[in-house]
Design a protein around this ligand. Sequence first.
Ligand SMILES: *Cc1c(COP(=O)(O)O)cnc(C)c1O
Length: 494
Amino acid sequence: MNRELYGKLVFEISRPGRSAFRLPKSGVPVVADTAAAPIPAGLLRETPLDLPECDEPSLVRHYNNMSTNNFGVDTGFYPLGSCTMKHNPKINEEIASHRSFARLHPATPAKAAQGALAIYWELQRALSEIGGMAEFTLNPFAGAHGELTGLMVIRAYHDSRSDAARRKVIVPDSAHGTNPASAAVCGLEVVEVKSRPDGTVDVEDLRPLLDETVAAVMMTNPNTLGIFEKNIPEIARLAHEAGALMYYDGANLNPMLGVARPGDMGFDVMHINLHKTFSTPHGGGGPGSGPVGVRAGLERFLPSPRVTRRPDGTFSIEAPEEALGSISATLGNFAVQARALSYILSLGAGGLMEVGPLATLNANYIKESLKDCYLLPIEGVCKHEFVFDGLRDKSTGVTTLNIAKRLLDRGYHAPTIYFPLLFHESLMIEPTETESRETLDDFIAAMRDIAREAAETPDVVKNAPHNTPITHPDDTEAALHPVVTYFVPRNSDL
Ligand SMILES: *Cc1c(COP(=O)(O)O)cnc(C)c1O
């Protein structure tokens, strides 16, 4: 990265009269139907737009430097927990951006979009098989949107049985923040259930909470601590006996792929984050897709429109009577779905079964290699992610935030910090199945170096990062008063 150019806006490198290469005006007449409809004279601007004026090399360098200021999975290891940031094979990008998909309009009639509908339908079938569910809808745009949709399905189910007193959702204290938020948006009351010291849900704490006012028990497995919830069959039995349904937050499906199915454990409704488990680069808020699956008997409550296959093998878009209605303007985020199907088919059943064991092996390898320097609050085998509670030696005053910032100096994205809320110095690491042994070893070495620095030269860690373009922004100030526009100086001011 060129430090002189960093942070400059293209308006700041502009100089009056500078310009890049420009072709002479074409003498070829414009074909009639490509000429834009003329803009009415009254709407035309009278003064030229104040655009930056730059020479070509400055412009090329400006944008190339800017493109390297962002950290991404394509530039380095991204140990962020809870989000499954992994390498997403480029072939899936190519397939999703194929011109016949990219030019598809959401309102294209089913007759003219049979290929795209076949992708929807096949993905609905593949996810049903993977989740152990009867049917899936692909319409929700994110995990949280899937949670809301799934809870709406659960509400509709209880209402259909004239069991409308069920308005509580039980959520473990280790849950992702979207779980209680979705329940609240759905008009349901959130009841928290405690975790035991081993990080799993406390069945004894749960038992008395289950009564005829409970609509659902929402669980994540492995949970946000990366711990496999072993008591799901027992919890599902208790919930079902009390008349409640089991909701599975599938954001952590990665280590379970092809190994275990939520439907077989007793879950009735689930969502999957395609952008976490099935190949879509995410971060920065999108694009996402949170398909929702249901067990047999609940299909009719899924939102419309729905893609179905007719006996003659063609596909249609339906809006069934009892469906929830629409929860999105369209059939969801098509490009994310195309990537997911491409990923599933290219790995195949055998490949999918390798994802879980490799993700689990990678996480346990890092955890075991670092637990002599970092505090491991929950011992034992984890799944795809785990949580340290900061350094073992707290006497130096080096915090999780300092460690995360120091990792930036070493060329790593920071892990998830201060989540889950169960520990004061949470540092949550998820390596994903796509990382090599060499990458893991380099990361372990960096983490060990930081632990040594914390003991020997703590100020180096406390004042990190030292070599990033921005060092210590005021997070709160940036969120409250973001500067999102730039005053364009007139060229004469420069
Ligand atoms: C990411 C995540 C969610 C929310 O998914 P989004 O797609 O970000 O809305 C829910 N639960 C868990 C455990 C997650 O990791």
